[in-house]
Write a protein that binds this ligand. Structure first.
Ligand SMILES: Cc1ncc(C[n+]2csc(CCOP(=O)(O)OP(=O)(O)O)c2C)c(N)n1
Ligand SMILES: [Mg+2]
Length: 634
């Protein structure tokens, strides 16, 4: 029983107050309200089992009046639980997320990679690492960092640079201000990312008289900042002068729900639209203005347009090196940028004309400001021809009849044809993102869930769980390389515990197709990029392939595994997996050496300037050649 000691207050521990507060937070955009926290992902240890852990139990079995249920999902690895939260938050357009609770020490620092991913990808997650005693009564507690220069240093300090807000609650009185600041950052589209509140284990259990008002239902309004009229006018003037404009749609278009506004701008002006990994599907692939992926792994169509564009309109994009092909994609010496972004940091990139605004509000305003403008007819014709060429290339990659093992592009072709518009493909790392960026025909942004800000191996399976929690009616397909799989298979157990159904497609090529080909083209002879035994004669890992049986590994979780040996069999396996009500895995052997889609671009990966190896010297010469096209956009 909680007892009030003063009128208008309620006596709870810090852990209990935290949980009760989180349970009544809501977000709102366009008049629709939803719970800000769909639940809590967690792993308990001595740092939180009796503090926040007790509070979560109390929330489930004996909630206070008005307290909402906040279900605890028991994860297997703390990094994974942040990925699950990100998968969920991204699928809900950043309007909802999870809180992640971890024990002190390794439990907490395991979340670090997830925190970096969330902040880099601009996705809201609340991280609640436990921390060492504020009173220092029992120091050094198990897993405590001791630092002779600082009595207050803790391993959790590593979260500071990767968090958009960081706090440590040493005293109960600090909690309300800390929580309010955290909620504001989580729901601010320009600032959002990982938010970390470290909770010393003694403080979690400490009681305090909290004002009842702390626990009232609170709605955080997610803003749609409108463009400043003068900025809009400057941007529109620049676009009106353009004869070869190109729009690049990034994740911001998706999170803002601006697909219709983007399509309307393309319809009205004829400006071709290329997309980034996070923006794919923002315009349907078969819209006459859709040019496909741009940059290092882009389509030849979008890259040809980029090479000659005179004005590039970036909407909701961070302009990563993949999108700009390490600043070689936009080849017109006079090229100018217009950047529509809710975040000034991004709007200012490439000396762009800055329009700091919500993507939807900004696109609508830009369409109005461009009334009467249309790209020249020749340009429209050229776009159509380039895109038609790429449609043929994609068809070839999707149906090339490669053997004896299929090329992974054929597996993607089958999935692209078999998956419905509401189904979601999840992927993050390896050679797959590049092929998908070049080829995938997305009808909606929902269908294409690529994590490519951090490109984190191991994201796929836990993120698929988050996507499935957000979209129970969709088929969620995690496409996982054998390398990625071995990084983080554990959350299959959590998926099963929750009775969720996802489809796992594991592409087994016994190594890293991605880094292997990068290594070869950059003079490093595929060194240490396959999974092989050490050969004592060479001293290298170039012995026999390892007999690790990933299908058996997945079966050991109690999951049905299908092992198709051809593209035809893969199609049948996918149909069976889709028809099943249970999580099903398809493990398919693919050719480590491709073939992959033809490249029309470059990526800056430096090659040693001096070397005893001939392969490296040759690669260095090519590197220097390519590097000449790189330039700052000023
Ligand atoms: C956590 C993490 N470690 C390392 C890397 C660097 N890296 C990128 S792709 C890759 C290999 C991926 O192998 P696999 O999943 O089998 O995909 P494939 O390249 O074979 O398509 C590595 C090591 C990364 N992206 N993430
Ligand atoms: Mg592989």
């Amino acid at each position: 029983m909680s007892e009030s000691t003063a009128p208008g207050t309620v006596r709870l521990t810090v852990g209990q107050a935290l949980v009760r507060f989180l349970s009544v937070q809501y977000s709102e955009r366009d008049g629709v309200e939803q719970r800000l926290f769909a639940g809590v992902m967690g792993i308990l240890g001595h740092g939180n089992v009796a503090g926040v852990g007790q509070a979560l139990l109390q929330n489930q079995v004996d909630p206070a009046p008005g307290e909402q249920p906040l279900r605890l999902y028991q994860a297997r690895n703390e990094q994974n639980m942040v990925h699950t939260a990100v998968g969920y938050a991204r699928t809900t357009d950043r309007l909802q997320t999870f809180a992640c609770v971890a024990s002190i020490g390794p439990g907490s620092t395991n979340m670090l990679t997830g925190a970096a991913l969330a902040t880099i990808d601009r996705i809201p997650v609340l991280l609640l690492p436990a921390d060492t005693f504020a009173t220092r009564a029992a120091d050094p507690v198990l897993q405590q960092l001791e630092n002779e220069q600082s009595g207050e240093a803790s391993v959790n300090d590593v979260f500071r640079p990767v968090s958009r807000f960081f706090d440590r609650v040493h005293r109960p009185e600090q909690l309300p201000a800390s929580l309010l600041a955290a909620m504001r950052v989580l729901t601010d589209p320009a600032e959002t990312g990982a938010v970390t509140i470290a909770l010393p284990q003694d403080v979690q259990a400490e009681a305090h008289d909290w004002p009842v008002a702390l626990f009232r239902r609170r709605v955080w309004h997610v803003a749609r900042p409108v463009p400043e009229p003068a900025a809009l006018e400057r941007a529109a003037r620049l676009v009106r002068e353009a004869s070869r404009p190109l729009l690049v749609a990034g994740g911001g278009v998706v999170y803002s729900g601006a697909s219709a506004a983007l399509t309307a701008l393309a319809d009205a002006t004829g400006i071709p639209v290329a997309d980034t990994q996070a923006g794919k599907g923002a315009i349907a692939w078969d819209h006459p203005c859709a040019a496909g992926g741009v940059g290092a792994t882009g389509s030849a169509a979008a890259n040809a347009l980029a090479a000659q564009a005179d004005v590039v309109i970036g909407v909701g994009t961070r302009w990563t090196d993949f999108t700009t092909a390490s600043r070689t994609a936009f080849g017109n010496p006079e090229v100018r940028f217009v950047n529509l972004n809710v975040k000034a940091l991004d709007a200012a990139k490439h000396a762009g004309e800055m329009v700091v605004a919500d993507a939807r509000a900004g696109l609508e305003a830009l369409t109005a400001a461009l009334a009467g403008y249309r790209v020249p007819e020749d340009y429209t014709r050229e776009v159509g021809e380039l895109v038609a060429d790429w449609v043929r290339v994609t068809d070839e990659c999707y149906h090339r009849g490669h053997g004896p093992l299929p090329a992974q592009t054929e597996i993607f072709g089958a999935l692209n044809e078999l998956m419905g518009e509401e189904d979601v493909l999840v992927n993050a790392a390896g050679s797959m993102p590049g092929d998908l960026q070049a080829l995938w025909r997305a009808s909606s942004p929902l269908q294409y869930h690529l994590e490519y800000g951090y490109s984190c191996m191991g994201y796929e399976i836990p993120a698929a769980m988050g996507v499935k929690l957000a979209r129970p009616g969709s088929e969620v397909v995690a496409v996982v390389g054998d390398g990625s799989y071995q990084m983080a298979p554990q959350e299959i157990a959590t998926i099963l515990a929750e009775g969720l159904k996802v489809v796992l497609v594991v592409l087994q090529n016994h190594g890293w197709a991605s880094i292997g080909s990068l290594s070869e083209s950059h003079g490093s002879q595929r060194f240490a990029t396959e999974y092989r035994r050490r050969d004592e004669r060479t001293g290298l890992l170039d012995g026999a392939r390892l007999p690790v049986d990933l299908a058996a590994n997945i079966r050991s979780y109690g999951v049905e595994v299908l092992e198709p040996a051809s593209v035809e069999e893969f199609r049948a396996a996918y149909a069976a997996a889709a028809a099943s009500v249970a999580t099903t895995a398809i493990v398919v052997e693919t050719d480590l050496y491709g073939p992959n889609p033809p490249s029309s671009s470059w990526w800056d990966v430096p090659v040693p300037e001096v070397s005893r190896l001939e392969s490296t010297r040759r690669a260095r010469a090519e590197y220097e050649d390519a590097k000449r096209d790189q330039r700052p956009y000023l």
